[in-house]
Design a binder for this molecule. Sequence first.
Ligand code: CTP
Ligand code: MG
Length: 236
Amino acid sequence: MRAPAIIPAAGVGHRMKSSVRKQFLTLLDRPLLDYSIEAVDSCKMIEKVILVVCEDDLAFCRDRYLKKRRLSTPVEILPGGKDRQESVYLGLRHLQSLDEAPQWIVIHDGARPLVTNKIIKEVLKAAYKSMAAIAAVPVSDTMKIVKEDKLWTDKTLDREKVWAAQTPQAFSFPLLLEAHKQAEKNGFKGTDDASLLERLGHSVCIVEGEDENIKITRPVDLKLAELILSSRKGAL
Ligand code: CTP
Ligand code: MG
């Protein structure tokens, strides 16, 4: 059984503080987004890639991913929305509008270039069994809830119970689409897809992810990603 994947990559990357949108920053020798797309594209369980990018990046991406770098699965490129949730929802609605809507869906952030084939497969297989699955890792730091002014601590979370959610995340397609519809109707905003299901009381299964599957968010993440990629290349 295969599934399409949506890659949300329409963010502006405020926290990266760079004039170039972070998904197009150079990682070793090419745009960071190349790695995320190629990792998803090379996974045999993925049948199609829906890449969601900013309006301004459509022409560049169509040229790069439809003409110059031919990928093994069909790729469609769509304009995104004003936040991540909206960008994913646009991808889901596009898939829903096709003659045959999919049964399953994988979501993987364009900003996670170090994802492996293994974790994409494991998450999708877990979703086939449980309807909803995410990659997540236990946190290392002690996690605090802070006061609204961000100057004072409020309380400390039980670290044993706190895991950091990653992508890939995989779901029953109708289930995730319905969760997005409900979130839109009720004005709920979540920073990942699993949170839209959790609020409706659905269980989401965890697949232990990989520490190296970092999200490129701040400048230090790019340095780390370069080190990780170089060490992987050295190991070949
Ligand atoms: N994303 C998207 N559409 C948006 C905002 C975000 O498709 N309107 C994508 C990003 O491109 C990224 C993923 O969602 O691949 C995760 O978001 P995040 O790391 O928060 O990226 P940005 O929103 O670009 O960064 P920031 O929050 O620092 O502005
Ligand atoms: Mg963001």
